[in-house]
Design a protein around this ligand. Structure first.
Ligand SMILES: *[C@@H]1O[C@H](CO)[C@@H](O)[C@H](O)[C@H]1NC(C)=O
Ligand SMILES: *[C@@H]1O[C@H](CO)[C@@H](O)[C@H](O)[C@H]1NC(C)=O
Ligand SMILES: *[C@@H]1O[C@H](CO)[C@@H](O)[C@H](O)[C@H]1NC(C)=O
Ligand SMILES: *[C@@H]1O[C@H](CO)[C@@H](O)[C@H](O)[C@H]1NC(C)=O
Length: 443
């Protein structure tokens, strides 16, 4: 992975993107082009993030839903919701139990997320649980999850957070049932599949950070801007829609990078690619359009076959870089924010709002056909409150082994495994359980 080769630049890129984008968009033409180029040239969310652990890392129809869940070793009572719980707001409270798995018991964890084996000294971040304001979120029950997805194929589609969440989920499921990788696309591992023979359930991972067709910019050579065709779904995943029973979509971070947007065969504009002379625009409208294109494709293709599907849109998961952008941002906090300490606002709130709106629009459209369930897995707030859950410098093994370096590469975007991202699947499970009580309607 290349993240470490351009430590400062990456942080510049994220800093500028996060805090200065609105300003940049207004005053772009007044800024020296070279400066912008320097800011945005290096890439953080590079495809290299998808490298498998074995790669050298050198840098610093849902009838089965009626199955009853068995009770497990969970010490907590399962709450059946009359109305679905709103999980999105709440607070992190102390928890003594800790995670279901560790890096020894799970072999699907990417090296850069093995925080404890990589030398992270504090473990307090493992002992918190999410308490939604209106209800209680039960602990993850791997047996129940597997029973509910018996004979199903669940696809995780999108960016590296999709991979991060699926790896977390697989670690939790693997505590009760053996799984094997049944497909891997070789070195980059952008596309993978796992099979649980115990329940004939499959999980697949599809790398598609734009969701639509596009060309990823290249850090070293080739285009310095991403290209996205806003009205053409990426067939690399969409061609398999027929085989999928549930799709979990994760995207957002790649939209902060310099990009050219194409629609109807012509260029709409671009973000931070001044050398191309296109109309400058922000990424919010493109972000909305790629989700609309993707959800429309799913609905149209399934409806054409007379079948439905479950679609989960996982909302944006904010990063936690802090510190001077030109001195290497870090995320050094070791405990969650309290609810009142950190507001959901600005870009994080806007991306989330667009994702939920488009999901709701698609849901209305899908209701004309019946057989569809669309929901948001709204993790933005609970992720925002966890600055302590990222690998930080422990994305690399023992980053301080040679003393404290001036610049140590930090990952303040992805999540340690185990870690707070495990909660996302607790919520996912509770959503699927509530569906069981309210089967998909065929109106
Ligand atoms: C990982 O979990 C296993 C099983 O619970 C336990 O035996 C082992 O000691 C744990 N390893 C670490 C490093 O915590
Ligand atoms: C899961 O994948 C296996 C091949 O690994 C296949 O035989 C099986 O039919 C698939 N099951 C589902 C539900 O997709
Ligand atoms: C996984 O693969 C290994 C080696 O092919 C095999 O021995 C094992 O039975 C498989 N396990 C499962 C759960 O399919
Ligand atoms: C952008 O515009 C400048 C000035 O008009 C011109 O010199 C340059 O060739 C243009 N670049 C592209 C890619 O069209």
């Amino acid at each position: 992975m290349k993240m470490g080769t351009s430590n400062i630049f990456k942080d510049q890129s994220l800093f500028v993107t996060k805090r200065l984008v609105p300003w940049i968009l207004c005053t772009l033409l007044l800024l020296p082009i070279t400066l912008l180029h320097l800011y945005f040239y290096p890439i953080f969310f590079s495809p290299e993030i998808q490298l498998p652990p074995s790669s050298p890392i050198t840098i610093t129809s849902h009838s089965s839903l009626s199955l009853p869940p068995t009770s497990t070793a969970s010490s907590e009572k399962d709450t059946a919701h009359e109305t679905p719980c709103d999980y999105s707001n709440g607070e992190w409270i102390k928890d003594t139990i800790g995670p279901l798995y560790n890096a020894t018991t799970c072999n699907t964890i990417k090296e850069s997320e093995k925080c404890i084996p990589n030398g992270r000294p504090d473990t307090g971040y493992l002992y918190w649980k999410w308490k939604p304001s209106p209800c209680h979120l039960p602990r993850f029950e791997p047996h129940t999850f597997l029973q509910l997805i018996r004979n199903k194929h669940i696809a995780f589609v999108g960016d590296s957070l999709a991979r991060n969440q699926l790896e977390s989920l697989l670690c939790m499921l693997a505590t009760v049932s053996a799984t094997n990788l049944t497909y891997g696309d070789g070195e980059e591992n952008k596309f993978r599949r796992w099979h649980f023979p115990s329940h004939n359930a499959n999980f697949s991972l599809y790398w598609s950070p734009f969701l639509v067709q596009g060309v990823e910019r290249n850090q070293n050579k080739g285009p310095s801007c991403n290209t996205m065709h806003l009205d053409h779904v990426n067939e690399r995943w969409a061609k398999d829609i027929d085989q999928m029973d549930m799709i979990v979509i994760s995207f957002g971070h790649w939209f902060l990078l310099p990009s050219v947007y194409i629609e109807g065969g012509s260029v709409l504009g671009s973000l931070n690619c001044p050398e191309l002379n296109h109309t400058e625009m922000d990424f919010y409208d493109p972000l909305r359009k790629v989700l609309r294109t993707s959800l429309n494709s799913i609905i149209e293709r399934k409806a054409a076959k007379g079948s439905g599907i479950d679609v989960i849109v996982k909302t944006f998961s904010p990063d936690h870089f802090e510190g001077d952008w030109n001195k290497g941002g870090t995320c050094s906090k070791t405990r969650p924010y309290r609810e009142e300490e950190k507001k959901l606002e600005g870009m994080d709130a806007e991306i989330r709002r667009i994702q939920i709106e488009e999901m709701e629009n698609a849901k209305a459209k899908a209701n004309e056909f019946g057989g569809f369930r669309l929901e948001a897995l709204d993790v933005t707030k609970l992720a925002l409150l966890r600055p302590d859950g990222h690998p930080g410098p422990y994305m690399n093994p023992f980053p301080f082994a040679n003393g404290v370096q001036e610049h140590v590469q930090n990952d303040c975007v992805h999540w340690c495994l185990p870690g707070p991202i495990d909660t996302w699947s607790e919520i996912l499970l509770d959503m699927i359980k509530s569906w069981k009580e309210k089967p998909r309607s065929k109106e």
